[in-house]
Design a protein around this ligand. Structure first.
Ligand SMILES: NC(=O)c1ccc[n+]([C@@H]2O[C@H](COP(=O)([O-])OP(=O)(O)OC[C@H]3O[C@@H](n4cnc5c(N)ncnc54)[C@H](OP(=O)(O)O)[C@@H]3O)[C@@H](O)[C@H]2O)c1
Length: 296
């Protein structure tokens, strides 16, 4: 049995489908919510209701589990979910419960650019979570990823929605020159499945990214071309981006175009070798323009 924490999240939902398609029995640790929780049609998994601060629920969720894919965490702090409690202590709780029940294999997703001395809170926290994992003495595999996109993300889909709702402008934080290596979520899921299948990936960290180094400007241009919105003008100043983002919230389903963490992350280059995945996992990830068919 594979336990996925954060199974209801963007990566979690895609990963669960890939695991089920590959015939793995899957359990999801899912925290109670008033929102409806649904997986893709035909995807059936065991569910244990619980938070990462709920050790009894973690113990139950780990019953007969051989591998844990730990994706639970928050991108923005709230009163209920602080970085310290959810991301750091939550990871420690998962590790403690795994040790208690004797589950050894743990797979986590870190971020390229995570550093304890980063200027940005999320990147400092990711680095601290990585330290907790590395100090765990478990058979962990860490995938350090560039930005991940795909159906259901809160990035390409929000940009697409904003482009459709706002015909004349489009805010971009910074100068648009930050370099990313966008990785399709299905390709990340393939890497995770490869780590599950190969114990030699244990106690290793792999940087992963898509097949292109693109500036944020390049990425927006690609989305504009794919969705036929190439006539848009752009604002490039951070302040206006934040202001417009807040203003636009109401027009794009209550969702901010850029969250605080996303604005921070658009200040850091997040790239690795272009052949990182083909070299380490033996397949070529899909290019952005070919993969955006879910937009529009
Ligand atoms: N997406 C990317 O571009 C990217 C890039 C590099 C690394 N990563 C890493 O990949 C992981 C998953 O990212 P994601 O984009 O899929 O995040 P996400 O969409 O925000 O999903 C987070 C998941 O964590 C769950 N969660 C939050 N707090 C919890 C708690 N206290 N107890 C139990 N579950 C909790 C959420 O449940 P609810 O549904 O109840 O909120 C949700 O299922 C994160 O560690 C992230 O840092 C992501």
């Amino acid at each position: 049995m594979i336990l996925v924490t954060g199974a209801t999240g963007f990566i979690g939902q895609h990963l669960v489908k890939h695991l089920v398609d590959a015939q793995y029995p899957v359990c999801g640790l899912i925290r109670p919510s008033p929102r409806e929780r649904a997986f893709a049609p035909g995807v059936r998994i065991h569910v244990v209701a619980g938070d990462v601060d709920d050790l009894p629920a973690l113990r139950v969720a780990l019953y007969q589990v051989t591998h844990v894919i730990h994706l639970a965490g928050v991108w923005e702090e709230t009163e209920r979910d602080t970085f310290e409690a959810t991301n750091i202590q939550g990871t420690q709780n998962v590790i403690d419960a795994m040790k208690e029940v004797g589950t050894r294999r743990l797979i986590t997703i870190s971020s390229i650019g995570a550093h304890t001395h980063s200027a940005f809170p999320y990147m400092r926290i990711k680095a601290q979570v990585d330290d907790v994992v590395e100090a765990s003495d478990l058979d962990y595999t860490m995938l350090e990823s560039s930005a991940v996109y795909g159906p259901g993300d809160n990035w390409t889909e929000t940009i697409d929605l904003a482009l459709r709702r706002f015909p004349f402008f489009f805010p971009i934080p910074g100068d648009g020159r930050v370099r990313l290596q966008p990785l399709h979520v299905s390709d990340l899921a393939r890497c995770i499945l490869a780590c599950i299948a190969d114990n030699k990936t244990s106690r290793k960290t792999y940087a992963v990214g898509g097949p292109q180094h693109l500036t944020y400007d390049d990425m927006i241009n690609t989305i504009m071309q794919v969705t036929h919105h190439t006539h848009r003008k752009r604002y490039l100043r951070p302040a206006s981006a934040v202001r417009w983002s807040n203003f636009m919230r109401g027009f794009i389903g209550g969702q901010a175009l850029y969250t605080n963490t996303q604005i921070d992350l658009l200040s850091i280059d997040r790239t690795t070798n272009l052949d990182a995945i083909s070299f380490q996992f033996g397949f070529t990830p899909i290019r952005l323009a070919q993969a955006l068919t879910y937009l529009g």
